[in-house]
Design a protein around this ligand. Structure first.
Ligand SMILES: *Cc1c(COP(=O)(O)O)cnc(C)c1O
Length: 378
């Protein structure tokens, strides 16, 4: 990502990421921790976040796409098990095999392509078989599982594949007590047993996301896969913060402050009108930076020591806030969201105001916003 400071910036507290991983390691008991760093580490920056997670004690990294894993390797994050979760037929899987990247297989075509890739690379492909235990998205359902296991055993016998893991993914772990959670846990246990009886000897069995890592010890198995909690945001807002510390603070410097008369229509569509003579500040961040346009007249920020609501529409590159008679100068810092220590909103508050989840708030902060790293590992 861009390393120039800009009018808006996302400060990323790498020490918070390391500390969050330490907390998750404690919660994980004897299980290892795979830090999920997909989607630019939920917007925090792939490589710096990965290094901070490793410094905190993560021993695996998880990404969604092949290109993300290859970028980790290209940028020197090597010697750590790294798992790719998602792909389509025809991707250059041999590049994963060559660079010691593990692959997820929930369908026969994947095993077939990974075996071909292994031949090209001249070494076995390390594969995690994915069971669909009730998420009903990726992975093999129970009916198709025996055939996938048989195909994996055959590929192992031919020396082209090593089944390193067995895994699944929860649909509702963020709703503790949801009946699907116990069902998925039971079915995963059953599908693992089937695979092991058939002869597979995985190094790791893994199921838990952040919510399960924090609330469901039975789901830890050998490895847990926290994503959102790594970045200090709670996977279960009703249950509190779990002692996690948000790593991202989004700030922008006011680009202009002006006094306007009562009755001034503000921004596109004039959806906000000043009800008195007032000071407006222009904030140089917009939906082109990942500020949701649905936040028009809704989101709050911290400016001149108090909360201010977005006044009028969020534009592509900027939005406006109404300061009343309070004073701010061009160049003064405005905090859009952060850990909340200084009275600024949190990403969770923004998510609540918009009817979404904190994941989306941080992940969508765009590549135009430079990430400024603080408290990094030595
Ligand atoms: C994204 C992801 C996770 C992490 O989920 P969180 O809710 O962010 O903890 C875990 N496992 C898989 C397979 C994922 O895709």
């Amino acid at each position: 990502m861009n390393s120039l400071n800009g009018p808006a910036q996302a400060r990323v507290d790498l020490g918070a990421i390391s500390d969050n991983i330490s907390l998750l390691r404690e919660r994980a008991g004897s299980a290892e921790v795979m830090a999920m760093v997909k989607a630019e580490a939920y917007g925090h920056g792939l490589v710096p976040a990965a290094r901070a997670a490793l410094a905190g004690g993560a021993t695996w990294l998880g990404v969604a796409k092949l290109a993300e894993a290859l970028r980790l390797r290209d940028e020197g994050v090597t010697g750590v098990r790294t798992l790719v979760g998602v792909g389509v037929p025809g991707e250059p899987w041999e590049r994963a095999v060559e660079r010691d990247v593990d692959l997820t297989a929930g369908a026969l075509w994947q095993l077939d392509e990974f075996a071909v890739a292994a031949e090209r690379a001249g070494r076995p492909a390390r594969v995690h078989l994915k069971a669909d235990t009730g998420m009903t998205r990726g992975g093999s359902g129970q009916d198709d599982w025996p055939a996938l296991v048989e195909a994996a055993l055959a590929a192992e016998a031919s020396g082209r594949v090593r089944v390193a893991g067995l895994m699944s993914h929860f649909a509702c772990a963020d709703e503790p007590g949801h009946p699907s959670v116990a069902r998925q846990l039971a079915l995963f246990t059953e599908m693992v047993e089937h695979a092991e009886k058939a002869g597979l000897r995985p190094e790791v069995r893994h199921l838990a996301n952040s919510a399960a890592t924090l609330t469901l010890p039975e789901a830890r198995f050998d490895l847990v896969r926290p994503g959102i909690a790594t970045y200090g945001l709670t996977p279960i807002p009703e249950a509190g913060t779990f002692g996690l510390r948000p790593a991202m603070t989004l700030t922008a410097d006011a680009s202009m402050v002006k006094r306007v008369p009562a009755g001034s229509g503000v921004s596109y569509g004039h959806t906000y009108t000043t009800d008195r003579e007032t000071n407006l500040a222009v904030v140089p961040a917009g939906y082109g930076d990942g500020i949701p346009r649905h936040g028009s007249n809704v989101l709050e920020v911290l400016a001149a020591g108090a909360r201010r609501r977005v006044a009028g529409r969020v534009c592509m590159d900027q939005f406006v806030i109404d300061l009343g008679d309070d004073v701010l100068a061009a160049g003064d810092e405005i905090v859009l969201f952060g850990p909340g220590d200084r009275g600024e909103p949190t990403a969770q508050e923004w998510a609540d105001a918009l009817g979404t989840i904190s994941y989306e708030i941080v992940t969508r902060i765009g590549s135009r916003v430079p990430r400024v790293y603080e408290n990094g590992p030595q």
